[in-house]
Every structure is written in structure tokens, then in C-alpha cells.
Design a protein around this ligand. Structure first.
Ligand code: UTP
Length: 304
């Protein structure tokens, strides 16, 4: 057991992965393919996210999907035709790669219907989650596997109760792209108390430069709030608006804390960040890295 953990909070075992967004920033690639299925080196982005949930101890995964999202379900299911072809060839390495994603976790799916926003996507998880705290991992947000974040958030929730969000410091001119948190320091260096939240503020109105990134551990009271949350910015039901209500009244659902993340994170729904993720992860791969780095060095020397 984690030091300081109390028995009063149930252990978190469920992860919810919203992946029903339209992915318009990545058109035309996302016209018929979910953006979460775009490969980062040789694995779809979503597989990194499910692996992250599992390595934080959450192996019950509910994915929120929508139209065009069938490939997501197929990826985490068996593919007997492919498996038997690889078996016949005696290609054990590739067979293991095919089976890896279907053996990862217990997968569940629910369709969002209309993509009415992240808050609405999370609300679709209510019947599956029930009355326990649960994690939310955005399907297009990739946290480098060497910089664990979710396990720390789960630990904080188990010690302090309430909800925990992930924060990252960004430049003031970037804050309008994110939800933003007003915070107070705690006695732990990587942990702040969240006192307020605002979705995509102008730099002049932002209470801090702490941006909300795509990992959450939520108290189930969030569902009651989401049911009453009106569409906000962009006509969508915003998770940030519901979290703001949690942060404003500790009596409902406990406090909201923020873990300040300083590791590597990529928004794979953004084309520039997606390219950076591929280059970085490819450079660091044992099998591909040496050749790719050598090529990249000469490319940069010649072309840049
Ligand atoms: P984004 O803000 O990235 O929106 O959603 P999007 O529609 O996916 O992509 P763009 O901006 O049009 O390119 C953040 C996360 O919330 C999920 C998305 O799948 C993504 O993981 N989401 C968003 C839903 O599941 N449902 C929604 O209605 C909206």
C-alpha cells in the first residue's frame, strides 16, 4: 500500500478513454479513420494510451467511440486470420505484436452518438463506472511512457480523495488553447490545490499558466454535475466547466488537486505535435533509432 493511503477511498480500477471527437484538425486523414488510430512509429496512438492505463494498474478500459470508430474496436480484438497466417509462417515476433493489443486489458465500448463535447463523452461512462472514482485518459494525448503521470495521480487521489487533474506549465501565448487552473501551493512540490478552472481563456484573463492536459482522476459526483451542465464554449458540454463546480465546492465530491507534469507529452491530434512525437520516439527506439538518427542528422545538415 502507498504510504499515507487511507482505506476509506475505493481503489481505482476503471479507465475511460474518450475517442469520439471528429478530429477535424487532421483532415483528410481522419475522414474515414479515427485520429487515435494514426500510427506513432508502428503503433496506433491509442495503444500507447491503453498501455499507460494498464501500467498505472487500471485494466478495465471503457472507450467512448462514435461513427467511423470501428477500427478502434478491431484493434483491441483478436484477428484470427492474421494470427493463423503468421503462425503458419512461424513468425513469432509479428504474431506477438498482433496479440499484444488484444491481450492488454478488458475492453468495453460505448457510443457517444453526437459528439457534444468532452463533458458529454465522459457522462456516457456513468452507467459503466457507477459510484467509484475513475480515470479519464484522452485518446489523442500521448504521455511519454518513460514519464509516468497517471500512477502519481492515482496515488494522490487515494491519499487525498476528491479529484485530481494533470497540469503543465505553458507559455502565456499558448494558454488560450487549453483549460486553465487557478492554484494554491501544497507541501508537495509537484502538487497544487485547484481553486478554479476556466476553459481556453485569453492570455489577459488567465489565472495562471497552468494548462490542463488529458489525464484526470475523477470523483463520481462529476456525473451529477455533468447532467446539469449546459453547453459552454463552442456549444459543447465542457468537462472543465463541471470540474470548476467541483473545485468551487469541496463539500460536493471533495477537493480538486493538480499534479504538475514536467515530462514529455504530445497532442497527437495536432499535426506538428504528431510529427514531433514520431521523430522523438523513433530516434529513441533500439531497433530503428540508430539508422533513423544517422539519416536525420545528415538530412538536417543538408536541408536546414
Ligand atoms: P478535441 O478537442 O481534440 O476535439 O477533443 P476533436 O473533435 O477530437 O478534434 P479536432 O479539434 O476536431 O481536431 C479532445 C478529446 O475529447 C474527445 C476526443 O476524441 C479527444 O480525445 N471528444 C471530444 C469526445 O470523445 N467527444 C466529443 O464530443 C468531443
Amino acid at each position: 500500500m502507498v504510504a499515507g493511503m487511507t482505506q476509506s477511498h475505493p481503489r481505482i480500477s476503471k479507465a475511460v478513454i474518450p475517442a469520439a471527437g471528429l478530429g477535424t484538425r487532421f483532415l483528410p486523414a481522419t475522414k474515414a479513420t479515427p485520429k487515435e488510430m494514426l500510427p506513432v512509429v508502428d503503433k496506433p496512438a491509442i495503444q500507447y494510451v491503453v498501455e499507460e492505463a494498464v501500467s498505472a494498474g487500471l485494466d478495465d478500459v471503457l472507450m467512448i467511440t462514435g461513427r467511423n470508430k470501428r477500427p478502434l474496436e478491431d484493434h483491441f480484438d483478436r484477428n484470427y486470420e492474421l494470427e493463423s497466417a503468421l503462425q503458419k509462417k512461424g513468425d513469432a515476433d509479428r504474431l506477438a505484436k498482433v496479440q499484444e493489443s488484444s491481450d492488454l486489458a478488458t475492453m468495453h465500448y460505448v457510443r457517444q452518438g453526437d459528439p457534444k463535447g468532452l463533458g458529454h463523452a465522459v457522462l456516457c461512462a456513468a452507467p459503466h463506472v457507477g459510484h467509484e472514482p475513475f480515470a479519464v485518459l484522452l485518446g489523442d494525448d500521448l504521455i511519454d511512457p518513460r514519464d509516468p503521470l497517471l500512477a502519481r495521480m492515482v496515488e494522490v487521489q487515494e491519499q487525498r480523495g476528491g479529484s485530481v487533474i494533470a497540469l503543465m506549465e505553458v507559455a502565456p501565448e499558448q494558454i488560450h488553447l487549453y483549460g486553465c487552473a487557478a492554484v494554491e501551493a501544497t507541501e508537495e512540490g509537484d502538487l497544487v490545490k485547484v481553486t478554479g478552472l476556466v476553459e481556453k481563456p485569453d492570455a489577459a484573463d488567465a489565472p495562471s499558466n497552468y494548462a490542463i492536459i488529458g489525464r484526470y482522476v475523477l470523483d463520481p459526483h462529476i456525473f451529477d454535475i455533468l447532467r446539469k451542465t449546459e453547453p459552454g464554449r463552442g456549444g459543447e458540454i465542457q468537462l472543465t466547466d463541471a470540474l470548476q463546480q467541483l473545485a468551487a465546492d469541496e463539500k460536493v465530491g471533495g477537493p480538486v488537486h493538480g499534479v504538475v507534469f514536467k515530462g514529455r507529452r504530445y497532442d497527437t491530434g495536432d499535426r506538428g505535435d504528431y510529427l514531433r512525437a514520431i521523430v522523438r520516439l523513433a530516434c529513441e527506439r533500439e531497433d530503428l533509432g540508430p539508422d533513423f538518427r544517422a539519416w536525420l542528422r545528415s538530412y538536417v545538415a543538408e536541408e536546414m
